[in-house]
Design a protein around this ligand. Structure first.
Ligand SMILES: NC(=O)c1ccc[n+]([C@@H]2O[C@H](COP(=O)([O-])OP(=O)(O)OC[C@H]3O[C@@H](n4cnc5c(N)ncnc54)[C@H](O)[C@@H]3O)[C@@H](O)[C@H]2O)c1
Length: 381
């Protein structure tokens, strides 16, 4: 089989890591690397040990210069829609990182570009491949839990974020939301977006919608004050909580936050979930010492379960990957979709069905919880 010729754009930690997984896939050849700081492309090419990889500081120049079948985009997520649409308009297939978009207009732009060009678009959300997420989805499909009434998820994650970047050198400044004195710096996408952490809801909605099915039809959201309690001087809401209703009648509650410390969960890091059906419930472990649990309506008490995050090796990849090997799955899915026309696990509709509720949740939070209706992107219009 002919190898997929891939370009990778955005060579921060995520682009470098996932780019290397593409490089390791037997049906893919990474032929071009792009970062606005070309030194990052140079160092990654050296790590891949392939001097024939073409290096670029400009994405459009890469597309105009190198024959590519596909691109993987891990640039700042709030600029990736234009890149994705530009590539698809040139007949190049696209995988992007989460979140897919930050405005409803950009959601429509992605959908319409895929529909017009016929290009393949994949959102590379990987926690939906975790072993227990697949098992819970199967339990719901088989009716074991009864109709799902309520599902909940959270992503509460604190780290020393890079709030500023020196636009000439690429040097990043971590941990301090005040710009460094005497330096000419730009705010990073994290600085721009953490005012509303609920923008990162797609990472949580992707596995939850895989379990409960359907799409979100309405959303309301509230958050803490727009000044972090923990990171002094940061214009960030420490937590935002969205309440959603789906086409299947399920109520979903999801929380996101990136500027206050949170206790880690067993194996899932900073992610946590529970699902309650009419005849049973499942719940992930609360702490590293706690265990996942299930309760079915005949049971006298909750049972501790041996569920795992382990997603198993993705086809095509011979080594374990990060996030319980989940990271390999979108890589393999995208390459097989491009090379063999395999169905996409998270196509453009599924992608915007996670982005749009997040965008409207941020809007709702700004307006004190006003209920928002989520458009149906599958209806042509
Ligand atoms: N799925 C996951 O578990 C996961 C984990 C981490 C990050 N992410 C996602 O991956 C993406 C990247 O995250 P990161 O932590 O590596 O971010 P980052 O900000 O560290 O890296 C972004 C890179 O893009 C480059 N860049 C910026 N503008 C560019 C342009 N116009 N052209 C070319 N390159 C440009 C920057 O120089 C930088 O190297 C984000 O969308 C993030 O949400 C996903």
């Amino acid at each position: 089989m002919k190898k997929v010729r891939l370009g990778v754009v955005g060579l921060g930690p995520r682009g470098r890591y996932v780019g290397k997984l593409y490089h390791a896939h037997p049906s893919c050849e990474v032929v071009a690397l792009c970062d606005r700081f070309v030194t990052k492309a140079e160092s990654m090419a050296a790590e891949l040990g392939n001097p024939s990889i073409r290096l670029f500081a400009d994405f459009e120049e890469m597309l105009a210069t190198v024959p590519l079948d596909a691109v993987f985009i891990a640039a700042p997520p709030d600029i990736q829609v234009d890149m994705a649409c530009h590539a698809m308009n040139k007949g190049v297939h696209v995988a992007t990182e989460v979140p897919a978009a930050y405005t409803i207009e950009d959601c429509w732009k992605l959908v319409r570009t895929v529909e017009r060009t016929g290009a393949k678009y994949l959102l590379s959300e990987q926690t939906r491949y975790w072993g227990f997420i697949r098992q819970w989805a199967e339990m719901v499909r088989s009716g074991e839990l009864g109709p799902v009434l309520f599902a909940e998820g959270e992503y509460l994650h604190y780290a020393e974020w890079d709030y500023y970047i020196d636009a000439r050198t690429g040097e990043t400044f971590f941990g301090d939301p005040k710009p460094p004195a005497g330096r000419e710096v730009e705010a990073t996408w994290r600085n721009r977006r953490f005012l509303h952490p609920i923008y990162y809801l797609p990472h949580t909605l992707s596995p939850l919608l895989k379990i409960v099915g359907g799409r979100v039809t309405s959303v309301s959201c509230m958050g803490t004050r727009p000044a972090s309690h923990y990171v002094s001087g940061a214009a960030a809401r420490d937590v935002e909580v969205a309440l959603m209703q789906t086409t299947e009648g399920t109520v979903i509650r999801a929380a996101a936050g990136f500027t206050s410390p949170s206790g880690p969960r067993r194996d899932t890091g900073y992610h946590w979930y529970q699902v309650k059906g009419a005849s049973g419930a499942v719940e992930w472990a609360r702490s590293k010492r706690d265990r996942p649990r299930m309760w079915l309506d005949q049971d006298a008490d909750w049972r501790e379960m041996d569920w795992k995050t382990d997603a198993g090796l993705a086809p095509g990849l011979s080594a374990e990957t990060a996030h319980g090997s989940a990271d390999g799955w979108p890589v393999d899915n995208f390459i097989r979709a491009v090379a063999e026309d395999a169905p996409l696990d998270m196509d453009v509709y599924a992608a915007v069905e996670t982005a749009a509720p997040a965008i409207l949740a941020a809007e709702s939070s700004r307006e004190g919880g006003v209920l928002k209706t989520v458009p149906n992107f599958r209806r042509r219009g």
